[in-house]
Design a binder for this molecule. Structure first.
Ligand code: CA
Length: 233
């Protein structure tokens, strides 16, 4: 498997060295950027497969870096931030980040996030070349054209909202979607803050797709942030 080219954006030299050393030890190719402006320049000239982005940068804020990159590229961005507050994670995700990691993090955790992102990339690439109208993940299958979802080849009886929710999660497999993003997509902006309704629909959807809804295999909860559909082998 071709190892990805990773852009490491971090102003703190010890953290940057830790990340670089880890990537090098696992045969990843990488480039580093110590500031936001530098990161945008490197992203534009090298078109990396994944960006690891610190939010607290000396020149421009990491969220601004995400917004600027998103004007011309969908390259996966994993935010690495010391800010443990949910609002910062949510702002970064709503600006277009794919995932987040909170400092201090373990090297294993970092490598796991990179692997999840790589799987998401390969799913997206496979999806683009194969039949776009069918989505498969583990025992779950969605036939978008027919508007039907199946688990172990048995048709699921989903309400229109549950089906919409399942499709949205599937179309963003591997990516953390915030409560605001999901409610806007499902109900439109007037329902923006109705996280309680979302929880109810998510619970009924899980009862239908998860064999053990208390330890879900398909849809992961990110407490205070949102949900993510995992790629199931
Ligand atoms: Ca920093």
């Amino acid at each position: 498997m071709n190892k990805a080219l990773i852009l490491v954006v971090e102003d703190d030299a010890p953290v940057r060295n830790l990340i670089s050393t880890t990537l090098k030890a696992h045969d990843y190719k990488f480039i580093v950027a110590p500031s936001g402006e530098n990161a945008i320049m490197e992203a534009a000239s090298h078109n990396p497969d994944i960006v690891l982005l610190d939010l607290g940068l000396p020149d421009i804020d990491g969220v601004e870096v995400i917004k600027r990159i998103r004007t011309w590229s969908n390259m996966p961005i994993i935010v690495i931030s010391a800010r443990s507050e949910d609002t910062d994670k949510i702002e970064a995700l709503d600006s277009g980040a794919d995932d987040y990691l909170t400092k201090p993090f373990s090297v294993e955790e970092l490598l796991a996030r990179i692997r999840v992102t790589q799987r998401r990339l390969s799913v997206m690439q496979a999806g683009a070349s194969a039949n776009d109208s069918v989505f498969t993940n583990g025992s779950l299958r969605i036939d978008f054209a027919a508007g039907c979802a199946y688990l172990n080849e048995t048709e699921l009886h989903l309400t229109p909202i549950e089906y919409k929710l399942l499709c949205l999660m599937a179309q963003n497999v591997g990516k953390v979607l915030t409560h605001t993003y999901i409610t806007q997509k499902i109900w439109g902006s007037s329902w923006e803050n109705d996280v309680a309704s979302l929880r109810v629909f998510m619970a009924t959807l899980r009862k239908k797709i998860e064999s053990t809804p208390d330890s879900p295999q398909y849809i992961q909860t990110h407490i205070g942030v949102g949900y993510r559909m995992m790629k199931v082998e």
